[in-house]
Design a binder for this molecule. Structure first.
Ligand SMILES: C[S@@+](CC[C@H](N)C(=O)[O-])C[C@H]1O[C@@H](n2cnc3c(N)ncnc32)[C@H](O)[C@@H]1O
Length: 378
């Protein structure tokens, strides 16, 4: 049931064996016979090949980001992006499973909940459920759970900054939600951890990723809730005209030049291709955002997000759409949300600000994640 992929690095304060033993204690509740976690963490770390940085991409990032981010680029570069062993993984719990053993195990391992939890009875239409995302101060990684038909996975590993777009969307019970670029499904799942929408339409243009999205949903969403889901395989740019004003909330987690993974392509040719593609992305991103604005009802909210620090794919996209699209206003991210996450996330400061950028820094390594919130007025 579990893969043996377990990563622990220098600086992890518990013994690796203790980490494994504690984790094994959870396994009987899942499937004891399928436990494959047998090696020590040290052995696995030794056998894990180091990722190779693509010098072409790094050179490009250096030129662009030192200008755009100044000092913050130095820390993002040296302390996080080039130090893959510092990367952290948040553990998003699936509220549709029995989590008692897992929560206890994570707590014993030193994990804490990223967000303050509220009492289930206090949840109402106006206060979505805070998703339970466990984080560790050290860059440890528990095993991923493999897909197994008919069985719900208990957790999903993600960059904790990925919660921010969904928290900003602030989905209420019964709302109709469109996740325009949904695969592999992490943010769709997070939406379902915060509320039970009346409809969650998950769309993905790429065939292979669409299949991956279906698998993710099957792995985490109980059959009793699947009637709330609609999964399509469309170019998101066409959905605005196909379904004008049909949704209360739309998430555009746009295709972007994913800074973390692009930096680690071992293939220089691929790196060069990506840098060419990078120049084309803002146009696609603007078109997707305009489609989202057409698909949301007047008064509804659109959240635009990316996992790059590039201004051209973040602020410039939003500014261009605000300048050209009638009847749209920019909304600030709620201050209480920023305050509640500031102990863990570093928010970059831009003036004027058309969104928030979580920038990975020493001690606050989550991100990159850019989020901007727009409301359609009419
Ligand atoms: C950043 S990823 C989305 C990640 C996803 N939201 C999650 O949290 O798991 C962007 C996705 O947009 C898809 N995409 C690219 N062009 C698209 C288009 N024109 N319409 C819809 N999806 C598109 C990509 O294939 C990719 O899967």
């Amino acid at each position: 049931m579990f893969s043996t992929k377990l990563c622990c690095i220098k600086g992890f304060s518990s013994s690796p064996l203790l980490f494994l033993k504690s984790f094994k204690r959870v396994l009987p509740s899942l499937s004891h016979s399928q436990c494959t976690v047998t090696n020590t963490l040290e052995a696995q770390c030794k056998s894990k090949p180091q990722k190779q940085v693509c010098k072409t991409v790094l050179k490009h990032f250096d030129a662009q980001y030192s200008e755009e981010l100044g000092e913050q680029w130095r820390s993002a570069r040296w302390d996080v992006l080039l130090n893959a062993l510092s990367w952290q993984y948040g553990v998003l719990l699936n509220r549709f499973c029995d989590l008692t053993n897992l929560k206890q195990c994570l707590t014993e391992l030193g994990y804490t909940n990223l967000l303050p939890q509220t009492h289930p009875e206090s949840h109402s239409q106006t206060s979505p459920i805070p998703p339970q995302c466990f984080i560790h101060r050290d860059p440890v990684r528990i095993p991923t759970q493999n897909h197994h038909p008919g069985w719900l996975k208990q957790y999903y590993l993600l960059n904790a900054a990925s919660l921010l777009p969904v928290l900003s969307l602030n989905v209420k019970e019964g709302e109709h939600v469109l996740d325009l670029c949904a695969a592999p499904g992490g943010k769709s799942l997070t939406v379902l951890q915060t509320a039970t929408p009346g409809l969650l339409h998950c769309n993905e243009v790429d065939q292979h990723r669409h299949d991956w999205l279906l698998k993710t949903l099957e792995s985490y969403v109980p059959p009793t809730l699947r009637h709330l889901l609609s999964v399509t395989h469309l170019d998101g740019r066409s959905i605005g005209s196909m379904k004008p004003g049909a949704y209360d909330k739309v998430l555009v987690d746009a295709p972007c030049s994913n800074d973390r993974s692009w930096l680690y392509t071992p293939d220089t040719h691929q790196g060069e291709m990506w840098l060419k593609e990078r120049t084309q992305l803002p146009l696609l991103q603007k078109e997707l955002l305009c489609s989202a604005l057409a698909a949301v009802r007047p008064g509804g909210v659109v959240v635009y997000s990316t996992c790059t620090m590039s201004q051209a794919e973040n602020q410039s996209v939003v500014e261009a759409v605000l300048a050209s699209y009638q009847g749209v206003e920019l909304l600030e991210l709620e201050q209480h949300l920023i305050d509640s996450l500031s102990d863990h996330f570093c928010f970059a400061h831009f003036h004027p600000s058309v969104g928030q950028l979580v920038i990975p820094q020493k001690g606050k390594t989550w991100g990159p994640m850019y989020v901007s919130r727009l409301r359609r007025i009419y």
